[in-house]
Design a protein around this ligand. Structure first.
Ligand code: HEM
Length: 193
């Protein structure tokens, strides 16, 4: 494989370009979603927040697509990815990451279930994904409403834990974990190599 092609895929030493693009774009958009909903929780329905809150559904839909791609790409790369270590700590990392993936999928899915079951049409970016219906599908709306916000905050707590563990890797163990996902990593390899 050429260097440019191998850069696309993960390797045991670091994550490839596709994984890093998906990781940082998802991280940025998730931060946006949670920040805006956090501001809404603190300040309530204020006019200055309306345009930000209006971005929540389209951005969340894009996030769902990116997260689904991220999951597929992780499966494609499963034999090449950097190892997470062994023993109880390695197991904790695997469980933590599995929970992150599960919630990243479940949170937008619950919201999409709710809008799918509702009477109103759903048109993110003006593209009609779900047409209006005559009567709402009660269980979909109720289940989506019950799960979306609650799981959204559980996801926020998990993300904080994830960031805190990266800080421990960087500050305490100094084992270069962040560099495996950092955008400049491969560039530096090329300069050194
Ligand atoms: C991963 C993506 C998403 C995250 C992390 C997320 C997170 C959240 C959070 C934390 C809340 C606040 C719940 C509360 O009020 O306590 C919320 C509310 C909401 N979300 Fe999401 N969400 C995402 C995707 C979506 C999608 C795809 C849709 C629609 C298709 C959506 C529709 C809504 C709606 C309608 C509300 C209520 C907003 C309001 O009260 O005006 N969300 N979301």
């Amino acid at each position: 494989m050429t260097k440019a092609r191998t850069d696309l895929f993960d390797s045991p030493a670091s994550y490839g370009r596709v994984t890093r693009f998906l990781h940082w774009s998802i991280a940025g958009l998730l931060a946006w979603q949670l920040l805006v909903m956090g501001l809404k929780l603190i300040f309530g329905r204020q006019p200055f927040l309306s345009p930000l809150v209006a971005s929540h559904q389209p951005v969340g839909t894009v996030l769902f697509v990116l997260i689904a791609l991220r999951l597929v790409w992780a499966v494609v790369n499963r034999r090449r990815r950097p190892p997470h270590g062994t023993g109880p700590l390695g197991l904790a990392v695997v469980i933590g990451h599995a929970l992150l993936y599960l919630l990243m999928l479940a949170v937008p899915l619950a919201a999409l279930l709710r809008v799918y079951g509702s009477e109103r049409a759903f048109r993110p970016f003006g593209i009609e994904l779900f047409a209006a219906r005559d009567a709402e599908i009660g269980w979909m709306v109720e289940m989506g409403a019950a799960l979306h916000g609650e799981l959204g905050w559980v996801l926020a707590a998990l993300i904080l834990g994830h960031v805190a563990m990266v800080a421990v890797h960087e500050r305490v163990w100094r084992d270069g974990t962040l560099a495996r996902m950092a955008p400049q990593k491969r560039k530096r390899d090329r300069v050194l190599g």
